[in-house]
Design a protein around this ligand. Sequence first.
Ligand code: B12
Length: 277
Amino acid sequence: MENVRAAIEAVKSFRAGERPYAGQVLSGPEGVAMESAGGKGFMGMGFAEDAEKDKARETAAIGRAPLMQQIYDSVMQFEGEQCAELVARALEEGNSPNTILDEGLIPPMGEVGDLFATGEFFVPEMLMAARAMKKGVEILRPIIIATKAEPKGIIVTATVFGDLHDIGKNLVGMMLEGAGFKVIDLGVNVKAEMIIETARKVGADVIGLSALLTTTMPFMKLIVAQIKKEGLTIPVICGGAPVSREFAAEIGANGYGDNAPEAVDLVKRLIAEKVTA
Ligand code: B12
């Protein structure tokens, strides 16, 4: 029982950022244990490479304005309230929502993904970081979506079946709203039937699909195929970290956007092409 308590405490302090053995090269039983955990340190959570990683993070942080760095850190420390306060302060100081997103809120998600890939973070940490980031995005939301113009078109967005990632899709939706489009967001884990039914009902001008997992990208392909099979001529655009321009073309989609501003440009172009056709 004592050992279990000690292990729990060790995990807690490790998660809290304590790295008593940063850079230490282990030998003996600990070394063997670390090896069997895939070289990822205590219970597979890593520490021997920490000094190197910390250095890489410091290098990556160079050039980021102090307030943006604080926003970044608040996400990495899962401090949603603090993140929201810092984002509000950044706005007050005259930073644009795009700067705050590109320099403070989005980059930590890349680091979280890397830490997950190396076994230092697990799903709960990814979730806590995502929640903290969303608190910051909530502060930006009213500014990003503010538009007085009449809707320029209707866009149906969804994260494909099997996939629960929605941060990127939501950002795309917000920026589309800000650019004057009406966005009908079907949420996550959405099947082709629901997308087709909604797109028909609302008279969608464009359908936007998001996927963050290599295992759910094939659903994107199925959805595009189903849309075409049903005779819908509504252009479909794709995005999400693992999706590429090539993949989008290969599955017969009408466009690919690397990020939210690109998604807006793409939608504008597709709607303009439709009008002039
Ligand atoms: C946060 C997160 C989670 C959160 C999601 C919370 C949420 N509400 O979204 C939670 C904890 C739920 C989660 C779960 C899982 N995750 Co996850 N997750 C991430 C993480 C860290 C960040 C994703 C993110 O939000 N990025 C920030 C946004 C802004 O970027 P984005 O989504 O790419 O969006 C931008 C562009 O791509 C584009 N875009 C996005 N959508 C669209 C749509 C259109 C139409 C257009 C034009 C453009 C566009 O514009 C956006 C804005 O610029 C990534 C790591 C990473 N580097 O991506 C892993 C990651 C995606 N997850 C991963 C994995 C493995 C999982 C799990 C399977 C883990 C598990 N064992 O359970 C589960 C899967 C659950 C499921 N069924 O979906 C892997 C995927 C690996 C792979 N090869 O597929 C990643 C890459 C981590 C890693 N390095 O291993 N995850």
